[in-house]
Design a protein around this ligand. Structure first.
Ligand SMILES: Nc1ncnc2c1ncn2[C@@H]1O[C@H](COP(=O)(O)OP(=O)(O)O)[C@@H](O)[C@H]1O
Ligand SMILES: [Mg+2]
Length: 392
């Protein structure tokens, strides 16, 4: 199934929500554009999922302009830029339309000589067409020369009521129904990121019974054995959903426990279905890590608890001794640790211009250095998990 964020990407101004002011300014900029203007580029900036890319495309469509797209890596390939792209940029549109040049996600550009930013700046100098640039973080210091050469337009994060309106609009088109309270929660959790909200909406809609989704306070602590019992033996109910909230264990470990114990309880069709669900969870996790949609973890949790539990037709009786997933767990935890160590070593090696191998070998010392110099860990842009690894 195609992602809803693509299927429902706005095509007209009227479908873009919450960005009226920005759209007004961009239209005015384009109307007043002439190639003698001192600033020939606009940077649309703001956090992810608020409509930067969408607006660029909608503007082109609604002003009947041809959109010529360049990305950060095009500026690195000087030959391609000079021979193919620049001539195309400088030509008038074949259909005699207006032309707009789009440089999407300029954050990826590098300010060094070979990195592309100087090329972009010189394009802005010479272009006879308006240039739209999008950026997540225009205040990054490397982008300072770009800031001086362009008009900045900040896009707002979308307030939760507007997000909810968009969600309802999409559900209507999809002929789906989701409980109002759940919609409100998705909208609030998205924290202004409409893309995230729509992705969450799709996930929830694909669940069997989305009216059951609630994210309430924690139960009392139930240990993992007890949780296994409730999942595998009990009937799936609303409280099954919240089961893992009260188990003091990471979701990755819980997955291993479930995986280990599925064959203890299920067989035949139930077994197959449970594994299928589990593999979906895994895929899902890949997506979470790759796109850093940490809030998705809530829903992954739901697949694992309610999903796995509802695989069986009837509640089960009897006593089962659930197994600890020791072997896999150890391998997994070890891999996790090595991965962290490696990612820190790579950053450090780059920072100090030493070989990665050496950084790995001297890791105990490097660890001390970083730990005793907070400014270094900042400089290295270590994420929370890496910092935790260093502290441990
Ligand atoms: N202001 C908005 N109005 C309507 N839909 C939006 C808006 N912003 C984002 N979206 C939805 O989120 C998706 C991603 O938006 P996109 O423009 O790619 O975000 P950005 O480029 O700011 O990261 C779009 O396909 C659309 O479905
Ligand atoms: Mg974008």
């Amino acid at each position: 199934m195609s992602p809803w964020v693509e299927r429902h990407r706005p095509k007209y101004f009227s479908e873009v929500k919450g960005q009226d002011e920005a759209i007004y300014k961009i239209r005015r900029f384009l109307e007043e554009f002439n190639s003698e203007k001192s600033k020939k580029a606009i940077v649309l900036h703001g956090s992810p999922g608020i409509g930067k890319t969408t607006i660029a495309h909608v503007i082109a469509k609604e002003t009947d302009s041809e959109l010529f797209e360049l990305n950060a890596s095009d500026f690195r390939d000087k030959k391609r830029l000079e021979e193919i792209l620049k001539p195309a940029i400088e030509q008038k549109s074949l259909l005699n339309k207006n032309k707009i040049i789009l440089v999407d996600e300029v954050d990826g550009i590098s300010s060094t000589d070979r990195g592309g930013l100087p090329e972009l700046l010189s394009l802005i100098e010479t272009s006879t067409f308006p240039i739209l640039i999008t950026a997540n973080d225009i205040w990054d210091s490397k982008l300072s020369p770009l800031r001086k050469k362009s008009e900045l337009i900040q896009l707002k994060e979308i307030d939760y009521k507007t997000i909810k309106d968009v969600l309802i609009w999409i559900l209507r088109k999809e002929k789906h129904f989701i409980d109002n309270e759940v919609l409100t929660k998705i909208a609030i959790q998205a924290k202004g990121d409409l893309r995230a909200a729509i992705n969450d909406l799709q996930t929830i809609s694909e669940m069997q019974d989305s009216s059951k989704v609630t994210f309430d306070e924690r139960n009392k602590e139930v240990d993992i054995f007890n949780a296994m019992k409730l999942i595998f033996k009990g009937r799936a109910t609303e409280s099954t959903l919240k089961l893992f909230d009260s188990v003091n264990m990471s979701i990755d470990e819980i997955i291993l426990w479930i995986e280990e114990n599925i064959p203890m309880e299920y067989s035949g069709k139930e077994l197959a279905r449970a594994y299928e669900l589990l593999s979906k969870t895994d895929l899902f996790k890949g997506r979470i890590y790759k796109q850093q949609y940490w809030r998705f973890l809530v829903y992954e949790n739901i697949f694992l608890s309610y999903g796995i539990s509802s695989v069986k037709k009837n509640a089960k009786t009897g006593f089962t001794t659930y197994k600890r997933p020791t072997r896999i767990l150890k391998i997994w935890m070890n891999n996790q640790r090595t991965a962290k160590k490696k990612s820190i070593a790579i950053k450090y090696a780059e920072y100090c211009h030493i070989a990665q191998k050496r950084a790995m070998k001297e890791f105990p010392i490097i660890k001390q250095i970083i730990n005793s110099n907070p400014s270094i860990s900042k400089e290295l842009k270590l994420d929370n998990e890496e910092l935790e690894y260093l502290r441990g």
